[in-house]
Design a binder for this molecule. Structure first.
Ligand SMILES: C[S@@+](CC[C@H](N)C(=O)[O-])C[C@H]1O[C@@H](n2cnc3c(N)ncnc32)[C@H](O)[C@@H]1O
Length: 238
């Protein structure tokens, strides 16, 4: 079964959503670009076999698996037990991106993609995710975070979606299918960002930004920020 449509899986109900979607998450079309995304990240972050990589908000582990196939030692952390159960063999830790359960400097790199915690929490909690990622990575290590674009959200607001201009938060009611095709509706809130905000937040977290590009699923490239791509990808060093 193929799934398309809004699944900017975001919000405050991840346990419920994950318990409903499980492996069906990987049928959504936005998950198809994993290999391209990982190939791009491996190049720009200079990820090499043997490196320790942390995937924050890993979901069912699609990027973690692809990085492990390239020889990296990957640990995935996610708040939703049902997504980790759906991830299969691997090194998974149930945890909150706001309080990462790792010693400082444990990893060579940390990634958080497709709103893997960052952008789901709102206000200072999103900043905390960047701080926690920066701490988990050793000095000179790399960080990559994708974030939903405020420009795109406003310009391409879909029927039924609302955008809170005061907080930059997009709200939608999204229909999510389980592996048997049963539909449930979830409230999804996504905090959206401008490149300027992302640079300021990264700097406040002690990160040195090395790149900030407009991307969309399966199209991770060094494309200057624009108004019509869903996400921004920030790369940085610690
Ligand atoms: C849209 S999914 C992205 C999953 C994965 N990164 C990907 O690209 O497919 C968002 C993930 O963030 C996780 N998440 C949400 N809030 C979190 C938090 N506070 N700490 C850790 N993970 C969180 C959700 O459980 C979900 O797996």
């Amino acid at each position: 079964m193929e799934m398309t449509g809004p699944m900017d899986v975001t919000g405050r109900e991840f346990e419920d959503l994950a318990a409903h979607a499980r492996q069906a998450y990987l049928r959504y079309s936005f998950t198809r670009g994993t290999d391209q995304e990982v190939a791009f990240l491996a190049e720009v972050l200079d990820l090499r076999p043997g490196m320790r990589v942390l995937d924050v908000g890993c979901g069912p582990g699609r990027h973690a698996h692809a990085l492990a196939e390239r020889g990296m030692e990957v640990v995935g952390v996610d708040i939703a037990a049902a997504f980790l159960a759906a991830a299969g063999p691997g090194r998974w830790v149930r945890g909150d991106a706001r309080r990462l359960p790792f010693f400082p400097g444990s990893f060579d790199a940390a990634i958080s993609l497709c709103q893997g915690g960052f952008g789901l929490l709102g206000g200072p909690d999103d900043e905390l995710v960047l701080v926690q990622m920066a701490e988990a990575v050793k000095k000179g290590g790399r960080v990559a975070v994708s974030a939903f674009s405020a420009y795109f959200a406003v310009r391409h607001l879909e029927p039924g979606e609302t955008f809170d201009a005061g907080h930059g938060v997009n709200h939608e009611r999204a229909e999510v299918r389980d592996p048997e095709g049963q539909v449930e509706t979830f409230d999804l809130w996504t905090t959206c960002f401008t490149p300027r905000e992302l640079r300021l937040m990264a700097a406040a977290a002690g990160l040195q930004v090395t790149g900030l590009w407009s991307v969309r699923p399966g199209e991770y490239r060094q494309r200057p920020p624009d108004l019509d791509y869903q996400e921004f990808l920030v790369t940085a060093t610690v």
